[in-house]
Design a protein around this ligand. Structure first.
Ligand code: 13P
Length: 255
């Protein structure tokens, strides 16, 4: 059985001091009813160290720390970039790669996403590999072929051994931050196609072990319908992860 995972992608929100308050609220809200779900918070780089200090030394919580991006080179003259080893050093165990905002606003290509995923796997950080189609692609009937191609490309340098631990996130671009979610059945259709692709790449045992998340306007009011879908193993949450009570409701729904 796959353990559900819910990750909060804070995007470019929260100063370091605001982030510390939210870590504390999450930590205080943590109880054993959440033990059945992996809880990951992905704050901006500037708050990772504070997350490490606040969360890692609180033995009552199992909150895991993730980053939102990484550079694929181990070190060097790459102004503004952060390496996988730097993330590891501040106790990151997860890192989002290939988010549609990075692809759309920062020109990230499938090749870059593949390099990033491999760099993370090399240091033992779990990549949360994102895919998702635009509204135009969906309306043309190309959603399944588009996202499965994104995932094939992203995993090009990932071995079957490393693949078992990775996480995939399906986030239709038209559902992100719009208040408009995919229908649970639409999301399930894509997640099922993604699992079939993973099976082609790595075999059934590995494909069955990989967690596939849905993301896009998930909130306490709509989460239950996604929980019921057999190929959806959790959520990647933007806006609702910035409010501790809402994020906890989403976690409880999947646990
Ligand atoms: P929202 O939950 O705000 O729609 O964002 C989803 C997302 O992009 C998470 O990575």
């Amino acid at each position: 059985m796959r353990k559900p995972l819910v990750a909060g992608n804070w995007k470019m929100h929260k100063t370091a001091s605001e982030a510390t308050r939210l870590f504390q609220q999450l930590s205080n809200s943590y109880d054993q009813s959440l033990a059945g779900v992996d809880m990951v918070v992905c704050p901006p780089f500037t708050s990772l160290r504070s997350a490490q200090v606040t969360l890692e030394f609180d033995s009552n919580t199992e909150i895991k720390i993730g980053a939102q991006d990484v550079h694929w080179e181990p070190q060097g003259a790459f102004t503004g970039a952060i390496s996988a080893a730097m993330l590891k050093d501040v106790s990151c165990t997860y890192c989002i790669v290939g988010h549609s905002e990075r692809r759309g606003y920062f020109g990230e290509t499938d090749e870059m996403v593949a390099l990033k995923a491999a760099a993370l796997a090399q240091v033992g950080i779990v990549p949360i590999v994102c895919c998702g189609e635009s509204l135009e692609t969906r309306e043309e009937g190309g959603a399944l072929s588009f996202v499965t191609a994104q995932i094939r490309a992203a995993l090009e340098n990932i071995s079957a051994e490393d693949a078992k631990a990775i996480v995939i996130a399906y986030e239709p671009i038209w559902a992100i931050g719009t208040g408009r979610t995919a229908l649970p059945e639409q999301a399930e259709e894509v997640c099922n196609a993604l699992r079939e692709t993973l099976q082609e790449l790595y075999g059934k045992e590995v494909a069955d072990a990989i967690r596939i998340l849905y993301g896009g306007s998930l909130n306490p009011g709509n989460v239950e319908s996604f929980v019921a879908m057999p190929n959806i193993d959790g959520g990647l949450v933007g806006g609702a992860s910035l409010v501790a009570e809402d994020f906890i409701v989403l976690l409880k729904a999947f646990s």
